[in-house]
Design a protein around this ligand. Structure first.
Ligand SMILES: Cc1cc2nc3c(=O)[nH]c(=O)nc-3n(C[C@H](O)[C@H](O)[C@H](O)COP(=O)(O)O)c2cc1C
Length: 398
């Protein structure tokens, strides 16, 4: 009897703790309805950051280097540190400093290094560049950053942009003090990236690519499958496309009708939305292009390595393919024998979108693309054009 009363009491305490955490997360008065809400509520729920006792988060407030270090390693689940790593003793981190254990763990993991003069400045305010470096190192990308031609801090900042870690963070100066709200978003973006299962891609020696390319963790070994002969011989074909409205979608379906195989639409994650308003969309596209952003994509393609031929479709946006296409190329490391771009456009088509894609991913075998004007997608001439285009594909095996 005593045991069951004790059990009930324990359950009540756990219930109260859970409810109070939920209420606390949901009740931070100054982030509700702001761009910080999702990130901060997530981090509070996970115990990575706390609000203040007056139920505010103060997103515009400052954050110290010690606090940022604690958030990063807690979020990356590395608080215990690597026991084999070297712990650096900083002259300005006193034995009684609240963050001593945190800083020791972070240095042993190579997430923070301190300054050349042997100090760490734990109570100094963290800059965007410093916080970015902590995040990149916690993610295991430090070696990739060091191979870049840019110097500190541009190398970390531009690398972080390729991982879309600044999504929802407004323009900033790398050496400027970061705000609590922006650090929360940065860390939330890191956690989202890690939770999506992305890991660094190690290129084989004969692949002339930079270390930025990533593949999904679950990419697995392929089994030989029985293939039915289609118009492209015994090849495994994938038609993959991004379409904001529906022109490219319709063109993809038509191509798929001709070549068979699998067809998959590339979609960005729910928290990365392309606006329907054309002016807003244009602003977003130009920003994506300026910073070479790589929007996170939700699409999963199992074992992309099994495809011999990948048809990849998109609308031309401000002269280029949407950055979601570049994300796709990176995330899935398209290495099919044959890659064929197709796209819809309005106005003049100078083919710069496909040239640009080819330059970015010159390790794949790109064919000349099929360009169809948006108001001609439904015409019967398009079907004929597709057939002619397919006929031009001369496969190596033939
Ligand atoms: C913001 C925006 C920018 C565009 N930029 C270009 C461009 O630079 N060149 C072009 O030929 N068409 C451009 N277009 C037209 C689209 O490429 C065309 O309408 C396409 O068929 C849309 O495909 P979707 O329906 O699959 O989204 C642009 C359209 C939008 C909304």
């Amino acid at each position: 009897m005593k045991k069951s009363i004790a059990l009930v009491l324990v359950l009540i305490v756990i219930f109260c703790l859970v409810i109070s955490t939920m209420l606390f997360a949901a009740n931070l008065t100054d982030i509700s309805g702001t761009k910080y809400e999702t990130a901060v509520n997530y981090l509070v729920d996970k115990g990575i950051v706390n609000g203040y006792p007056d139920n505010t988060f103060r997103p515009n407030g400052e954050i110290t280097r010690a606090e940022a270090t604690k958030m990063v390693i807690t979020a990356a689940d590395k608080l215990s540190g690597d026991p084999s790593g070297e712990i650096i003793t900083f002259s300005d981190v006193a034995s009684g400093h609240w963050a001593l254990a945190t800083i020791n763990a972070a240095t042993s993991l190579g997430i923070v290094n301190g300054y050349e003069d042997g100090t760490f400045n734990p109570d100094g305010k963290v800059t965007y560049a410093e916080a970015t470096a902590m995040v990149i190192r916690a993610m295991g990308y430090d070696e990739d950053v060091k191979q870049r031609e840019e110097t500190w801090p541009d190398n970390y900042i531009s690398y972080a942009r390729t991982l879309n870690l600044y999504s929802s963070i407004s323009t900033f100066d790398a050496n400027q003090q970061a705000t609590r709200g922006d650090i929360a978003i940065l860390i939330y973006n890191m956690v989202t990236y890690i939770n999506n299962g992305y890991v660094p891609y190690t290129p084989t020696e004969d692949e002339n690519i930079s270390g930025e390319v990533i593949v999904p963790q679950e990419q697995s070994s392929e089994e030989e499958e029985e293939l039915e002969e289609g118009p492209l011989g015994y090849n495994k074909v994938l038609v993959v496309y991004f379409s904001h409205i529906d022109n490219t979608d319709k063109l993809a379906e038509k191509i798929h009708d001709e070549v068979g195989g699998d067809i998959v639409e590339i979609k960005t994650t729910d928290d990365y939305v392309y606006p329907t308003d054309e002016e807003e969309l244009k602003i977003q596209i130009l920003e994506e292009q300026e910073y070479e952003m790589r929007p996170a994509i939700a699409t999963q393609i199992e074992d992309i390595g099994k495809y011999d031929i990948v048809f990849i479709g998109y609308p031309v946006w401000e002269g280029r393919a949407p950055m979601a296409i570049y994300s796709f190329m990176q995330d899935f490391s398209v290495q099919a024998e044959h890659v064929l771009p197709f796209y819809t456009f309005s106005g003049d088509n100078d083919r710069s979108s496909e040239t640009d894609l080819k330059e970015f991913y010159d390790y794949t075998n790109f064919y000349d693309g099929l360009a169809i004007e948006n108001d001609k997608v439904d015409s019967s001439a398009t079907k004929t054009q597709i057939e002619k285009w397919i006929d031009t594909i001369k496969l190596d095996e033939e």
